[in-house]
Structure formats: C-alpha cells, structure tokens
Design a binder for this molecule. Sequence first.
Ligand code: G4P
Length: 531
Amino acid sequence: MSNLTQEINRRRTFAIISHPDAGKTTLTEKFLLYGGAINLAGSVKGKATARHAVSDWMEIEKERGISVTSSVLQFEYDGYCINILDTPGHQDFSEDTYRTLMAADSAVMVIDGSKGVEAQTRKLFKVCVMRKIPIFTFINKMDRDANDTFDLLDEIEKELGIATCPKNWPIGSGKGFKGIFDRDKRCVIIYSDTEKGTREGEAMEIPLEEEDRLRDCIGQEAMDKLLEEIELLDGASAEFDLEEVQKGELTPVFFGSALTNFGVEIFLQHFLEMTTTPLPRRADTGLIDPVENNFSAFVFKIQANMNKAHRDRIAFMRICSGKFEASMEVKHVQGGKIMRLSQPQQIMASERKILEEAYAGDIIGVFDPGIFSIGDTLCMPKESFAYEGIPTFAPEHFARVRQVDTMKRKQFVKGINQIAQEGAIQIFQEYNTGMEEIIVGVVGVLQFDVLKYRLNNEYNVEIRLEPLPYEYIRWIENKDEIDLDKLTGTSDMKKVKDMRGNPLLLFVNEWSVGMTLDRNKGLILTEFGRN
Ligand code: G4P
C-alpha cells in the first residue's frame, strides 16, 4: 500500500451531535486524553468560553479573530488519525453548525440518559439522515439516574426513525450503576469511577457464565434483572448489520459515563472499527474517490474576522481526495484562478498551527481575502470539476430589517448582501408586493447580533430588527409546476423569495405547513434549499 493510501485510510473524520449539556465536551476531552493530545481533561475549552454570553463572544472574536467554537480537533489514537468536528450549541447554534456536518463522514450522537432525545440532537440528526452517513449513539451520564433502557431505545427509534442495535447494555444507573454488559464478548465490565483526567484503567471483566463471581460483584437483584433483559434483548433487538450502519439506517448504541471515564474507551474502539474511512464525494463529473484522485477540497464554512483591523476571513475546507502540500498550486474552480493557499492551518482548540501537508479526510483553514464562497471547489490546476453544493438550511428566526438612517441605503444593501453571500444570514424579500423590505432569516439568534454588529462596524450602517413570528420555512421543490399566485395556505402563511428569486413559504407553526400541503395537492415542500 502506498503511503498516500495508508495515510488516507487511517483517517476518521466525524462530528459529535448532541443537545447542550449532554456531555459532548466531556466526551471529547476523554477522547483526546486517550490519544495523548492533552494531559489533563478540562483543557479542550474553558467553561468560560464554552458558555460565553453574547458580549463575550464578540470580545473573543475580536481578540482572536476567530471563533473558539469553530475548532476542529485532530489527534492520533491506536494508529488512527482522528478529526473531530465541533458542532457548537447554545447561542452559537447557527447554519455553520449544520454546514460542519457536510464535512463529516460519520456522526457520534451523545444523549443524556436522563433526558433522551432533545431538540438540538433532533435537528442535527436530520442533516445526518439527509447525507446518509453512519450515526453512532453514546448514551451518557449513566452514573446518574437514567430513563429505562428499553424506553430510551424506543424513543430513538420512534423520534428519529432509525433502528437501534445496543452493542452493550447498562446494569442499573445512578447510585445503582454497576457496569455494562458487552454483547459481543458476553461479559460484564464492572463500573469503576476512574479518577477524572486519567486513562480508563484495566476494567474488571466477568464472563456471564461465571455466575458466582458476577453475583458477588453486582448482587443477586441486578444479576437477575440483567439476565432477564439480555434474554428480551437477544430476542427483540435488530441484528447487527455493518452495512446498514454504514448506510445510516441502523445506529449502534453504547452506554457509559464520560465524566467518570467509564465506557468511553470501549466506545471509541468500537466506533473506530465500525466507522468509515474518508468517503467519496459527488462532483459534477461523478464520484471522486479519496485515494484514486489528486488533491481536491470544498469550502464548507467561512468565518469572518470580527476585528476591524484585519478584514480577513478564514475559509474552512474539507480535503476530499489526495494530498495537500502547502507549497503547491491549486485551482479555485468557481473563481477560475490558479493560486497558492495562504497560511494553511489546522485549528486545534484555541491554537492555530501552520501545516505543511494534509490528506483526504482532514480539515484545513486558509486565509481568505474574500474570494471563496461556501461550497466552492479546489482542485489541481490541470483538472476541473465542482463538488455538489451545500444546501441552504432552514432558518428558524426571522426579522424585518429597518435602517435607522435611510440615506445610507447603498451601504446597507451592499453590506447585507455581502454578509448574506458569506452565508452568515439569509435574506428574503416580500413576494410580488413591490416592497423593498428585507426579511432576514437565521438559524441561531446570535446571528442577528452579528449582523447588527458587522453592519455597524464594517459598513457604518445602523439597523433595527423587528422580530417576526415565523419559525418554519419551506422551499418549493416543484416550483415550476406550481402557480404561486393561486397557492393558498393558512392565514398566517407568508410568501417570500430568496436572493436568487426562488419562492419560499414562511409559517408560524408546523400545523400550518401540513394544512398548506393539504390544500394544495401536488405541492412539494422541502426543509433544505438547493444552491
Ligand atoms: P456539552 O459539551 O454537551 O454542553 O456538555 P459538557 O460536556 O459541558 O457537560 C455538561 C455537564 O454535564 C457538565 O457539568 C459535565 O461535567 C456534566 N457531565 C458530562 N458527562 C457526565 C457524566 O457522564 N456524568 C455526570 N454525572 N455528569 C456529566 P456542569 O456542572 O455543567 O459543568 P462542570 O462545572 O461540572 O464542568
């Protein structure tokens, strides 16, 4: 095997999806710990920055020129080269969070055992399903009282519509948490609260047949319950099928406690074995295989610099094939230019490291003087193809924008259009009313503050935002077959168009979406816009 093939095949690039507080940061810390990338848990990101308020966020952006939450972590473990993509939550939740998932080959879904499936997980999960990438489930916080295990699995199946296959099974939870049963090895791994910040110790494993030993360790009651549950489980749960996992139709489920460092390394090992090497990606010339092709990449995220003194931006790209070398010339397909990528860097937590080379599966950030757009392709100078674009994700918050000083119309239009082009916000106009009013849509409310701040700072334009009650937006998939003037919805429905003139519908609630579909036979609505 060539060195290139080896390098690519040992890469695993995934995103962690979860609802805030489920334990994503804690789990990531433990992963890094095993890889030796950090010595002490707690250093991935300080709580202060992870939970920052709006004003802090602005300060952080100004100081560092880049969001601390936009990190991609790379570390080595057991011969694998692992890239973890962060999907920011809390107020940082934005379209970028979704876009990040476009760069991942699989996802780890972290669920709090006492809460089950929560809103943000549900949203991110939908994007993974759209991409048909494998999804692995880690049910966390088993050291706290958790919901019934069967109920948890049922909830995942019903709410998310994916089949589950538990790879291990928890024995109790909270104060009564005794460990997990490994279904492949048919043995029990006894719970031990390893000291925070140390590697998982040699866990005590007891084969199921050694009943006396097992009884001594977990007690008669827990043992009886376990045997009963195993019988039920073996009879009822889906057969494990790696092919289904890889198609995103079946999720292997693991249980553990990230905080007390239990079940995490077992999960990581299984996950690495089952997850995929860098996946081929679709371009206008067909599928591009990561190993068979020269360097190519696509831009999935652009981070504007909030520092006025540095108007640069960072374009994040996912390398899809071949090897990248800092000195080489590449072609920016959409711009039609041959160039060297400036200051290619890897963003490691809060540090940036200039890199010399990278391989398919890796994420690099490059200095962008304002030439890249989300979805752009880079390839070798003699080649030319474009990767499939990144969809536009449905905003959930809308506001009407009003200029405070109407004399500055020109700057306002320029600014808002540029910010929209970068993908930081989406803008819409009233449909057919002839009004020039602009409606802004965002995935996360923090983006409204970013818009205000940037228009003021960079374009010297002050705006006022009037919140609108809409929460649901739908693109019309079959817009050519639908007469928009005749389309009738509920009274709260609003017709708008996007920057490219595509018609869209805004709704206050999901019920209205359903009603509108009922009233207009043949209408097809989607939650993702195509670029
Ligand atoms: P997030 O990135 O998904 O938002 O979650 P994060 O890891 O920050 O964890 C959220 C809270 O849950 C933290 O507590 C963390 O210590 C706790 N936690 C994570 N995993 C486990 C687990 O397996 N068991 C238990 N019992 N708790 C867990 P916090 O009080 O909010 O923060 P801290 O002050 O303790 O750091």
